[in-house]
Write a protein that binds this ligand. Structure first.
Ligand code: HEM
Length: 392
């Protein structure tokens, strides 16, 4: 019986054989809890693009501070609230705005790389893949760089409370993190009222002052959302990209010799092993899906990781092929909730990966130790220690 909890360490590290077995048996499975799990590309696309499915805030009522933040997350809103907020934010994450950020992202990547160089071994999560996106999103929001370690730790504690694996201790930590974030961002909103810093936080405060219906809670929730959505996913993409390239040294060599392939490689890596493995929806009406009757109010879990390996959409899906057209992958979702930060994420991964390929001679060889976080939704290594002493 399929579910998102109770996976072995081996299956967490490589869930694709599990998905393949499920997908070959049926495109949709009903789990013990009554939830429906969707494995095929076509049906995952249908769930994500149909108005028959909506969102719900995944936080119990007792987590008051956490709920106050998470109910203001775009990703858990339905239209028309979703449409209104998304239109306020979309222009700040457009490809044109992101193009202007590339020099700064490159500078941050090279500063981080300089700190790695000279070390015999390093944890790529702590030393590179985590700080890169958190520094970028903090700067966009206008948060001081020296807060980044606290921002990351607090964002991760908060994420625990809205994850599929929440425990009561995790929930308490998430509630405490939500209270800290609320106090922190409320104070920044107050300061931005008097001072235009040209950052995203100022833009949100100004929009409110100019009559856009954005409550202070909505601004606080949006800031926390951008911080959480914008860092762990990108961190995991970078470390999973490195792991995939280490397992495919020929592809790694191709990328070293032909840097112009990097952009296409990023798409293929996001198809091959996406950092968000699953997204949840709730049926808004009785319907049929993959041969099942799905009653109103059912939980439906769309497995992006499985859809991206569906041979009906991607021939030879288990092959990492940077020359394939992978751009219809579902790693960023689909439909109205398609990742707002996709252009930014693509730029960060491309620039980060390029910096590693060019600046870490031992990237593709020597030993590594990897531990995966125990999470089948936000999926990736919590630690990836590389031996950097080789010079090949
Ligand atoms: C939504 C993946 C990076 C902000 C999503 C969704 C996915 C996703 C799958 C859809 C969720 C759903 O349908 O339930 C990723 C991946 C990333 C990444 C794989 C990195 C490789 C970012 C970044 C930001 C961001 C850098 C912003 C700074 C958002 C927001 C949403 C979202 C705000 C909600 C959009 C909406 O509901 O309209 N992301 N994301 N993400 N992402 Fe990303």
């Amino acid at each position: 019986m399929f579910g998102l909890t109770g996976w072995s360490r081996e299956d967490i590290a490589d869930p694709y054989p599990v998905y393949r077995r499920c997908r070959e048996a049926a495109s949709v499975h009903k789990g013990q809890s009554g939830a429906f799990y969707v494995f095929s590309y076509d049906e995952v696309s249908q769930v994500l693009s149909s108005r028959s499915f909506g969102r719900e805030v995944p936080v119990p009522a007792e987590g008051r501070a956490l709920r106050a933040i998470v109910e203001n997350w775009l990703v858990f809103m339905d239209p028309p609230r979703h449409t209104e907020l998304r239109s306020q934010l979309a222009k700040e994450f457009s490809p044109a705005v992101v193009a202007g950020l590339r020099p700064r992202i490159t500078q941050i990547a090279h500063e981080l790389l300089a700190r790695l160089n000279g070390q015999r071994e390093a944890d790529l999560v702590e030393g590179f893949a985590a700080p890169l996106p958190i520094l970028v999103i903090s700067e966009l929001l206008g948060l001081p760089a020296e807060h980044h370690a606290w921002l990351r730790a607090t964002a991760m504690a908060l994420q625990e409370g809205s994850s599929s694996r929440r425990s009561s201790a995790g929930q308490a930590r998430a509630e405490a993190a939500a209270q800290e974030f609320a106090a922190y961002f409320r104070e920044l909103v107050r300061l931005r009222r008097g001072e235009d810093r040209g950052d995203l936080l100022t833009i949100l405060v100004r929009a409110r002052d100019n009559g856009v219906p954005l409550s202070v809670d909505a601004i606080v929730g949006t800031c926390v959302h951008l911080l959480t959505a914008g860092h762990e996913t990108t961190t995991n993409s970078l470390t999973k990209a490195v792991l995939a390239l280490r397992a495919h040294p020929g592809v790694l060599d191709d990328l070293r010799e032909s840097p112009e392939l990097t952009r296409a490689a990023v798409e293929e890596l996001l198809r091959y092993d996406p950092p968000v493995q699953a997204v949840t929806r709730w049926s808004r009406q009785d319907l049929r899906l993959g041969g099942h009757e799905v009653p109103t109010g059912s939980r439906v879990v769309a497995l992006l990781g499985s859809a991206n390996r569906d041979p009906a959409r991607f021939p030879h899906p288990d092959v990492l092929d940077v020359h394939r057209r992978a751009d219809r992958h579902l790693g960023f979702g689909l439909g109205i909730h398609y990742c707002l930060g996709a252009a930014l994420a693509r730029a960060e991964i491309e620039i980060g990966l390029r910096a590693l390929l060019d600046g870490v001679p031992a990237l593709g060889h020597g030993d590594h130790q990897v531990d995966y976080a125990d999470d089948m939704v936000f999926h990736g290594p919590s630690r990836l220690v590389l031996d950097l002493s080789g010079t090949k």
